[in-house]
Design a protein around this ligand. Structure first.
Ligand code: URP
Ligand code: ZN
Ligand code: ZN
Length: 470
């Protein structure tokens, strides 16, 4: 008797599949069958589909997870210029199928209340999303809020060692208590590590001397202020017996401190960002310096080299963008006073193109490492694995097809982020994402965007997969 072969809703034929779950597994040629929102087959045998994509000569990766974005972030008297609709449409064009943003609480505000508020802001997202819960202050009952947040699917918590001026800084006592409480509940604590006292000292000195041009932003935040804060945070995390995730590491001193602490037995996960891997502080000598004002600031070429070496050696765990764009009209009026400049730059759409072109094509990291840094590790660390971050039967059909022969010159006009400045203007990218599939639907292809406002789902996350995520 002849059995009918199953017909899938969508089939991707002949692609070179790259998945980092088995780090040793080399890219392999396969056909992927999708039924509804899930991957239903990964096969060497040809599959039949109602819709078929031919991916011959192209790579198929798990959809990228950008674990660090700030859509519609209220800060410095303004709001970052991408909202959850524009920012996630742009993300989709760059092969990103999940974002993790942050809550924006008031000091001492209840964590669950701040999640509920952020949910309202995020409802137009076109791809799946979650939030890290920002902790500002340590009022009574905070530990119970953390436990409840984890039960409700928010398993990561962010604290700031900097930004005392805007009342976001946590002192060491709060950091230590927070690490203890989060670690005890099996969540993951995250820290923006810069020594605020050092920064404050420099900022006051520069202000007294009338040195308020954007380049002083970078000089007020020296690499040792980051290295010291990383080392201190990790010391406290060890004493609190908790794992710690360090966001946006920018300098050699920071990654060196991380590696040293790891050798001392601290469970630490490090994130870096494309801007620290591609740009340097030379931009602060230009007319456009204020568009590059971010925290931590851009560093020296030697730092950039050290960060790539850290990625090659597996010292980092995640590459994410810290996407936080502002229009020229938001930055320009403050260009003469770095203390008032909104900090941040765009990135979500260029994450995969930059890391593929600058990292894989230039042989600084392997394809599998790239997939690990952009998808598999963030999925494991932030409790989204195995639904996200891998290409396996049963996983969400979140996929990106990248054409390695596609060459593009980046310019703000071809990008979709709601911002009129690109830090990478004119840069040539070798290899570009072509098709993005989110939970089984083609949301971006050659013809453009096909997703829907509000189609993104709020993801209730598990606790981190600790032993596998470094
Ligand atoms: O300059 C930056 N990175 N702005 C976004 C907020 C943060 O510190 O991550
Ligand atoms: Zn930060
Ligand atoms: Zn950030």
């Amino acid at each position: 008797m002849k059995r009918n072969r199953p017909v899938y809703d969508l089939v991707i034929r002949n692609g070179t599949v790259v998945t980092a779950d088995e780090a040793a597994q080399p890219p392999f040629k396969a056909h992927i069958g999708i039924r509804g929102e899930k991957i239903a087959a990964v096969s060497e045998q040809a599959l039949e589909g109602k819709t078929v994509i031919d991916a011959e000569g192209k790579y198929v990766f798990p959809g990228v997870i950008d674990a660090h974005v700030h859509m519609a972030l209220p800060v410095s008297g303004t709001i970052s210029s991408d909202d959850f609709y524009t920012g996630t449409v742009a993300a989709a064009f760059g092969g990103v199928t999940t974002i993790i943003d942050y809550t924006t609480p008031d000091v001492n505000q209840n964590l669950l209340e701040s999640v509920r508020e952020r949910l309202k802001v995020a409802r137009d997202a076109v791809i799946d999303y979650s939030f890290h819960a920002v902790i500002l202050g340590w009022p009574e009952g905070r530990a119970e809020e953390i436990a409840e947040a984890i039960r409700q699917g928010i398993s990561s918590f962010k604290l700031f060692m900097a930004y005392g001026r805007s009342r976001r800084k946590s002192d060491d006592g709060v950091l230590y208590q927070a690490f203890q409480a989060i670690g005890k509940e099996g969540g993951i604590a995250e820290v923006h590590a810069e020594n605020d006292d050092i920064i404050e000292f420099y900022q006051q000195e520069f202000r007294r001397e009338g040195k308020l041009a954007p380049k002083y932003h970078a000089l007020a935040r020296p690499d040792f202020s980051e290295g010291e804060a990383v080392a201190r945070a990790l010391y406290l995390a060890k004493e609190a017996d908790a794992p710690l995730y360090l966001v946006h590491l920018s300098s050699a001193k920071a990654i060196d401190a991380l590696v040293k602490s790891r050798r001392d037995g601290v469970e630490v996960l490090g994130e870096t960002c494309p801007q620290y891997l591609v740009l340097t502080d030379e931009v602060y000598q230009t007319e456009d310096a204020h568009y590059f004002v971010i925290s931590p600031p851009l560093r020296k070429a030697a730092d950039r080299k050290r960060l790539w070496a850290g990625l090659a050696a597996g010292e980092f765990s995640v590459i994410a963008t810290d996407h936080c764009p502002f229009m020229r009209s938001q930055k320009d009026p403050k260009r003469d006073n770095f203390l008032e400049l909104p900090n941040g730059m765009p990135g979500v759409e260029t994450l995969l193109p930059l890391i593929y072109s600058e990292g894989v094509v230039k042989k600084r990291i392997t394809l599998q490492q790239m997939v690990q840094y952009l998808a598999t590790n963030p999925a494991k660390i932030f409790g989204l694995f195995p639904e996200k971050g891998t290409i396996e039967v049963g996983s969400d059909a979140d996929l990106v097809i990248l054409d390695p022969r596609r060459r593009k010159r980046l310019c703000r006009k071809m990008l979709h982020m709601n911002v009129d400045f690109s830090p990478y203007e004119g840069m040539v990218i070798n290899g570009y994402p072509e098709i993005t599939i989110a939970r089984g639907r083609i949301i971006v292809d050659e013809a453009g965007f096909h997703g829907q406002r509000g189609a993104g789902r709020f993801l209730k996350r598990h606790k981190p997969l600790r032993e596998q995520s470094t």
